[in-house]
Design a protein. Structure first.
Length: 159
């Protein structure tokens, strides 16, 4: 009887050890699968964000081209002043460091404009003081100089 009891208890211990080993392997596999799933979800999210950014960049690029075309058309038709032409042609920037805030004196008004550094140096060299402008742009009180959508701007950047 003791012999059968020993054999049964040894078989039971082996069986329980085998079940515990399989349970441990199953748990480790589940952890690895969850980690892999999270990694794949992150990659999908990154790809989606990249596609959205590319789409947004295309829209911005298209709108900038339209603005430049309209500005060029406008400058050919109505602008006669050298200062006004320099202002229109020198708004492009790639960082805020390239933008400066300048005061331009026209024959009737003195206006503040955001322009790139190249345009500022060209305006300093130009001696055209006979031009006139209808009115100066108005800015909010907490305005900041910035480069938004590759254009020098002076305004409230929070809106």
């Amino acid at each position: 009887m003791l012999k059968w009891l020993t054999i049964t208890s040894v078989a039971l211990v082996v069986f329980i050890t085998l079940l515990l080993g399989l349970g441990y392997l199953l748990k480790e596999h589940e952890i690895a699968t969850i980690h892999l799933k999270d990694q794949l979800d992150q990659e999908r999210a990154d790809q989606t964000a990249k596609k959205n950014k590319q789409t947004l960049n295309r829209i911005i690029e298209k709108s900038l081209v339209e603005v430049v075309e309209k500005t060029t058309k406008y400058s050919r038709k109505t602008l006669r002043s050298v200062k006004q032409q320099i202002l229109v042609k020198n708004l492009i920037c790639s960082s805020t460091k390239q933008c400066v805030l300048i005061d331009i004196k026209f024959s009737d008004l003195k206006c503040t404009f955001a322009i790139n550094t190249i345009g500022a140096s060209l305006l300093a060299k130009s001696g055209d003081a006979s031009s006139s402008v209808g009115k100066c742009p108005s800015y909010p009180k907490k305005s900041e100089l910035s480069c938004q959508n590759n254009l020098c701007t002076y305004g409230n950047i929070n809106n």
